[in-house]
Design a protein around this ligand. Structure first.
Ligand code: SF4
Ligand code: SF4
Length: 272
């Protein structure tokens, strides 16, 4: 297989500045990049949209942002449904051919990620092209605009052999979004747990002094997990990457709390 194009988005380093979204608009609104795509409408179409999730309860919360664009699937439902007007290039980029897709609004519903938008003015279905017009031009920096503009380098672009990509996936613990769809995306996510998994957090407090207690060994057990942490300066602990289920917290071998977890939970203070 020839070199393949991939995008990798790091959820932990995205701070919702929306530069990626704005640069996608800047590149594609008012510009026809034929034969790749016609211009993107100024409003409504979000070829890249930042999904947001909030975990925990105040004051122990975190917020994660996931940049969702066309996932350039190897097993693309859109292509399977409309092989006459959607193509997958040898380098992995999936494109909707504007002239062949004109008037076919039903293409929008063929993407399980909701990544295809209807352009009313042009009468055509559209989506992220991975900025193939830039990549093919060879003009430096030869990468998609959203990747180029991200100030925290949260969207990386790769043009590499699948074997090299497999190593990066392994080394960085990359995952695909919604793997149950079986679409084999060319967009990967780092720290996807910030979107898909839950945490249990809280603090250990001294009953007599009412002070936070540092350096307490606390163990979480249950649902196939056994992990021990040491409380920090504020007496706090945070067990993350958890699936729903029943968990117990132990200090000095004694159960101090049992938790039924279905979403991230700040259990507050544990008095010892
Ligand atoms: Fe097609 Fe949607 Fe996959 Fe993109 S994300 S290739 S539009 S099915
Ligand atoms: Fe938009 Fe290009 Fe990024 Fe796709 S790769 S979301 S078209 S800027």
């Amino acid at each position: 297989m020839s070199k393949q194009k991939y995008l990798v988005m790091n959820i932990a380093s995205c701070f919702d500045c929306n530069d990626c979204f704005m640069s996608c608009k800047d590149e594609h609104v008012g510009n026809d990049w034929m034969p790749y795509t016609e211009s993107q409408p100024r409003h409504e179409s979000r070829w890249l949209k930042l999904l947001r999730t909030e975990r925990g309860q105040c004051p122990r919360i975190d917020v994660g942002y996931l940049a969702l664009m066309c996932q350039h699937c190897e097993n693309a439902p859109c292509l399977n449904a409309f092989p006459d007007c959607i193509t997958r290039r040898e380098d992995g980029i999936v494109l909707i051919e504007p002239d062949k897709a004109r008037g076919k609004k039903e293409i929008v519903d063929s993407c399980p990620y909701g990544a295809i938008y209807w352009n009313e003015e042009k009468n055509v279905a559209q989506k992220c092209t991975m900025c193939a017009h830039i990549i093919d031009s060879g003009v430096q920096p030869c990468k998609p605009r959203c990747s180029h503009s991200c100030p925290t380098d949260s969207i990386e672009y790769y043009d590499i052999e699948p074997e090299e990509m497999a190593k990066i996936i392994e080394e960085q613990g990359l995952e695909v979004y919604r793997p149950e769809l079986g679409t084999k995306p060319h967009v990967y996510y780092k720290n996807l747990y910030r979107f898909t998994k839950a945490f249990i957090t809280g603090a250990v407090v001294d009953t007599e002094t009412d002070d936070d207690v540092e350096n307490v060994s606390i163990t979480l057990k249950g649902n196939g997990v056994e992990e021990t942490q040491i409380t920090d300066y504020f007496g706090e602990f945070k067990f993350d990457k958890l699936l729903p289920g029943t968990y117990t917290l132990e200090i000095d071998g004694k159960t101090v709390k049992t938790v039924e977890l279905d979403k991230s939970l700040n259990i507050g203070e544990i008095f010892i």
